[in-house]
Design a binder for this molecule. Structure first.
Ligand SMILES: [Zn+2]
Length: 184
C-alpha cells in the first residue's frame, strides 16, 4: 500500500497513527483536546517520542477529561512531575491545566470546541495542492488559529505547533499526493 514517504521508516505505532488518525477529520471534543495537549508536549521534542507515550499520557491525565484537568491542584502537578512514563516538564504540565480552562471557555462561547476549530475553514478540509507544496510550518490559517488560541489564554501554542495540530485533526490534509490515505 502506498503511504506518505516520511512514514516509511517509522515504527508500527507511528504507521498506525498515520493510517488511522493523521489527517482524518476529527469532531469529538475529547479527542480534539487530547491531540492539542499532545501537540503542546511535542514542542521541542519528536512526535515519535510523544506518540510512544500516548497511553501513558492518557492514564496520567484522566483520559484527557478536560473538566477534571481544569481542577488539578498543585499536588497533582507534583504527582505528574514524578511520573517517569510521561514528559516531566513543569511548564507543559501546568500549561495543560491552563489550556483545559481555556478549552472550556471556548466550548461555552461556541457550543463546542469542534464548532470553534472548524469555523476557521467553514468546516471544510484544506487539501494540500498536489502540484505545489504549501510551506510546512507557516500558513495563514495556523497563524490565525494560533492568534485566537492565545487570546483565549492557551500556552505552548506557536504557529508550528498549531499547524501540526491542524494536520493531526484533519483540518489540513497533508498526505502525499500518491498516499492511499489522502482525502480524495
Ligand atoms: Zn499519508
Amino acid at each position: 500500500m502506498q503511504r506518505c514517504q516520511w512514514i516509511a521508516s517509522k515504527p508500527d505505532f507511528y504507521i498506525r497513527y498515520h493510517d488511522e488518525i493523521w489527517g482524518k477529520p476529527e469532531h469529538d471534543d475529547l479527542l480534539l483536546f487530547k491531540w492539542l495537549v499532545l501537540e503542546t508536549f511535542h514542542v521541542g521534542l519528536s512526535w515519535q517520542l510523544i506518540l510512544s507515550k500516548e497511553k501513558a499520557f492518557e492514564q496520567a491525565f484522566d483520559q484527557f477529561d478536560y473538566q477534571k484537568i481544569a481542577n488539578y491542584q498543585q499536588d497533582k502537578v507534583e504527582t505528574l512531575l514524578n511520573n517517569e512514563k510521561i514528559i516531566r516538564h513543569r511548564g507543559k504540565i501546568e500549561a495543560t491545566i491552563t489550556n483545559a480552562l481555556a478549552f472550556i471557555k471556548i466550548q461555552k462561547d461556541f457550543g463546542s470546541f469542534d464548532k470553534y476549530i472548524w469555523h476557521f475553514t467553514n468546516r471544510q478540509v484544506v487539501l494540500r495542492p498536489e502540484s505545489q507544496k504549501l510551506p510546512k510550518t507557516v500558513s495563514k490559517l495556523s497563524d490565525a488559529v494560533t492568534c485566537s488560541l492565545k487570546e483565549y489564554g492557551f500556552k505552548f501554542v506557536g504557529s508550528v505547533t498549531i499547524y501540526s495540530y491542524l494536520q493531526a485533526i484533519g483540518v489540513i490534509n497533508d498526505h502525499d499526493a500518491d498516499c492511499a490515505f489522502r482525502l480524495k
